[in-house]
Design a binder for this molecule. Structure first.
Ligand code: UDP
Ligand code: MG
Length: 140
């Protein structure tokens, strides 16, 4: 059965461009409930660990530079079928391929600076949420 939680980050580009409010409004009106949220800046060490799966990809260093250059908003979101529905709400990794009305279509610049993160599986949603939040920071 599909899980009911996913993990997201509003990335540094979207924070810099003043898009926190509009992105949270989209998330809320799509039926997601926030169960944890905070505003932080990732260290290089954190970013390298979070994105370790991409460490051999050509874009890895650029990704770490981007994700650490300013603050992010991280959150755990709850909804039926959360992972899949949230990926649909954010759209394709490359905003030029993202569907109309999706968060990346509306707010992302390119495949690197693409405004938001969304977990790709229930297992990763759980790992990523636990990476960013302690148990006391998660509403249950
Ligand atoms: N990324 C990039 N260049 C690429 C592919 C990905 O800079 O060619 C960055 C982008 O910020 C993306 C992140 O690496 O969101 C993680 O990539 P992934 O393939 O997991 O995409 P996502 O799951 O975020 O859609
Ligand atoms: Mg991914």
């Amino acid at each position: 059965m599909a899980g009911n939680r996913t993990f997201t980050m509003i990335k540094p580009d979207a924070v810099e461009n003043g898009h926190i409010g509009p992105i949270l409004a989209k998330i809320s009106s799509a039926g997601f409930r926030i169960v944890a949220m905070k505003f932080t800046q990732l260290s290089r060490r954190d970013a390298r660990e979070f994105y370790a799966i991409h460490k051999d990809r050509p874009f890895f260093n650029e990704l770490i530079q981007f994700m650490t250059r300013g603050p992010i908003v991280s959150a755990i979101l709850e909804k039926d079928n959360a992972v899949e529905d949230f990926r649909a709400l954010i759209g394709s990794t490359n905003p030029q391929e993202a569907a109309e009305g999706t968060i990346r279509k509306l707010y992302a610049k390119d495949i690197g600076e693409n405004a938001v993160h969304g977990s790709d599986s229930d297992e990763n949603a759980s790992i990523e949420g636990a990476f960013h939040f302690s148990g006391r920071e998660i509403y249950s």
